[in-house]
Design a binder for this molecule. Structure first.
Ligand code: FHN
Length: 426
């Protein structure tokens, strides 16, 4: 009886974890790495001489209507011998990222983990034979960064009962038994992912298509049962409430948005590696976007697409390094920050806040005096994070009683201490 009581109490304690407790690490993190990696890294955007600059690399099977039997034989070539898990995690950490979300199974249906229920996976179907998800999860736990799993719950182009493959010799979409696919593959694989890899920060569901409310409820219940602390990302489907919202890909809202949300974004124009896509964003742009998203109350999930050899493209590493340099000095304006108290974007930048502090991120350095209007709270002091001496910045608080108008007149140095984005702490 005593043992039973202990078990029951323990169970109820776990299931009673509050939403705030579940979301805490994620709210504090603000910046994460997305990894899109799979068999599509082999064709890398080109199929039998055809390529398309506008298409995304991980969709190549769909783009060229490659039959499953042909596409799946890519597995025999998948041998990422240059994969260095320590280097992956280091790249994320050096950039200041606090979580890594990797595609454990994308729409093509191929799993980057050992699955007992489906042998279309990296261990059973490739010469590499090693569980990439295990390697990454272990390293993340070791280096104390959250590991999260992307899982395509609806689209599965390898499965006759999955959604989305309309070119193979599969039953017509309406004749498919989607439930069968969920029961035979999705639920057992999610169970594996949530049982064999230690603590999982989040399941990142994607493109739910016509998944029903019952199916979504069922998946949510499974995640909650296996790992109550695990977050469920925005695209679960079926109208079922996730733990936070995802914006559309590469879409940053124009103003502050209440609640928990995340912007999934690419560094060029693809998620999965494409050998000819050199449309890289600038490191400065990425840094400013990070600040902008944080100032509106969101997280930034920034993608890298490793090559078939197992390497994060050099251009991505270079950008992330530069962002990391900026983070070394300015991260306190990002981590654990909350949205700006102003619901507007300023021509000079934007603001994040923490109890007792405002952080003005200025990328358009003013040539004359800098004014901030509307702040009623008394400001005690100001300084710039990029100024090592933390010399106080002079300012004058002006108040016009008849119009009840508060203005701070701030004497910034002539030159921006950080050309990318200087943070003024108030
Ligand atoms: O179809 C996918 C796409 O390949 C990629 O994984 C993105 C990431 O947010 N999600 C879907 C499109 O929104």
């Amino acid at each position: 009886t005593i043992i039973l009581l202990i078990l029951l109490t323990k169970g109820s304690v776990w299931s009673q974890i509050s939403q705030d407790e579940r979301m805490q690490w994620w709210r504090e993190a603000r910046f994460g790495m997305f990894i899109h990696w799979g068999l599509y890294a082999i064709p890398a955007g080109e199929w039998k001489g055809q390529y398309d600059e506008k298409k995304i690399g991980e969709w190549i099977m769909h783009t060229y209507k490659i039959p499953y039997t042909e596409y799946s034989s890519l597995a025999k070539q998948f041998n990422p011998t240059k994969f260095d898990v320590k280097a992956f995690v280091k790249t994320a950490k050096d950039a200041g990222m606090k979580y890594i979300t990797i595609t454990t199974k994308h729409h093509d249906g191929f799993a980057l983990f050992k699955s007992k229920v489906n042998n279309y996976n990296v261990v059973d179907a490739t010469p590499y034979r090693r569980d990439i998800i295990k390697a990454l999860a272990d390293e993340c736990h070791l280096q104390d960064i959250k590991v999260c799993f992307y899982y395509s719950q609806a689209q599965d182009w390898a499965e006759p009962n999955g959604w989305g493959n309309n070119w193979d010799n599969f039953p017509k979409e309406n004749d498919r038994n989607h439930q069968q696919y969920i029961d035979d593959k999705v639920k057992p694989q999610l169970t594996e992912l949530l049982s064999n890899y230690g603590e999982v920060g989040m399941i990142w569901f994607d493109t739910p298509l016509s998944i029903t409310k019952e199916q979504a409820d069922d998946l949510k219940a499974l995640v909650r049962k296996l790992q109550p602390k695990c977050i469920i990302s925005g695209r679960l489907g079926g109208g079922v409430e996730p733990d936070y919202q995802s914006t559309s890909d590469n879409t940053v809202p124009p103003t502050t948005v209440a609640g928990d949300w995340e912007v999934p974004a690419t560094l060029n124009n693809t998620w999965g590696f494409k050998k000819y896509d050199a449309t890289w964003k600038s490191a400065d742009g990425v840094t400013r976007l990070l600040f902008d998203i944080a100032s509106k109350g969101g997280n930034y999930l920034l993608n890298v697409g490793p090559t078939a050899d197992g390497v994060i493209p050099e251009a991505s590493v270079k950008i992330l390094k530069q962002v990391g340099e900026w983070m070394k000095i300015n991260a306190e304006a990002i981590y654990e920050s909350k949205a700006s108290p102003y619901y507007v974007e300023f021509p000079w930048g934007n603001i994040t806040q923490k109890p007792g502090k405002l952080y003005a991120g200025i990328f358009n350095w003013p040539s004359e005096d800098f004014y901030l209007e509307g702040l009623k709270t008394k400001v005690k002091k100001m300084y710039l994070l990029a100024d090592k001496s933390k010399k106080p910045v002079q300012f004058e608080a002006q108040y016009d009683a008849p119009t009840n108008h508060h203005v701070l007149k701030i004497k910034l140095p002539k030159e921006a201490p950080d050309k990318v984005l200087s943070v003024l702490v108030m």
